[in-house]
Design a protein around this ligand. Sequence first.
Ligand code: DAH
Length: 339
Amino acid sequence: MNRIDSILKEALDKVKTAELDTIENIRIEYLGKKGKITEILKTLSSLSIEEKKQIGSEINAAKDALNDAVESKKKEITNKLLEEKMKNEKIDVSSAFSFTFPKGHYHIISRTIEEMSDIFVSLGFDVSQGREIETDWYNFEALNIPKDHPARDTQDTFYLENSSNLLRTHTSPAQIHIMEESKPPIKVIVPGRVYRNEATDATHSAIFHQIEGLVVGEKVTFAELKGTLSLFIHRLFGQELDLRFRPSHFQFTEPSAEVDIKCVLCGGKGCRVCKGSGWLEMLGCGMVHPNVFRAVKYDPEKYTGYAFGLGVERFAMFKYGIDDMRVLYENDLRVLRQF
Ligand code: DAH
């Protein structure tokens, strides 16, 4: 037993100072077939069974202790090597890039659509999509716009060659699709691009953007229309801004109105932008015309609703103080970077 103890001690001492390439030799030296501990087993033949048992278990314990010591020493050495390696191979990645990427951002029109949509979403509106290529039925007929209406003239509308299709002149046809595809209650906005056959100037463009709104239910009132749109304008332009509802006419609403805001440039005194009136027209709206409900086979006795349409460019221009619509499309970086 004393021999076992001293051999084990000797072996453990060697392990303490071993290196990775010599440590396995220590294991063989003591635990291999001809190892120093293994050899002891061979000297036991003269002992009693009791003594053999006792010494046998002592030897096994010594084997385990040595094996454990070898394994943990190995781990210790490899960890240390790895640590050293990582320390030596460390790279400062922050200096690997010699330039930074310029940061992009949304175009002002996209951003305005986003800002306007967010307000409607907070008021419970869904956001839907329409189509840019439409038929006469969706763009005009179903919206109660008669055959001889000037909006149908090729001066105003882009008709597609060799087909009965056209580029929508407003987002209102989306109202028809939505009502055809779903049942009330409906509360939705549809942002999108629209097309008109007209010359470009400071306040006109052949391609521009609108947001259509439609609310249909069993007891939808004009008071709700006023409340919703007033709240929308005030959230966008600030609580103090004066606005007014002015009677107007649209084929697809009855009664119809337009919303004006006090001119944000002159404060109502009258200037070039508001053409001396002190007011700016912001959007069209009204109660959905019974003929529109009939076109989508809704019972006009059962349902009422309101609709509105607003021009995104106008809102963007007034909100960000842009006095020429063309700068919104020219994509001059000096302009884009200001927003
Ligand atoms: N579609 C109209 C236009 O482009 C705007 C409009 C007015 C939409 C009244 C509406 C509405 O939904 O009720 O001029």
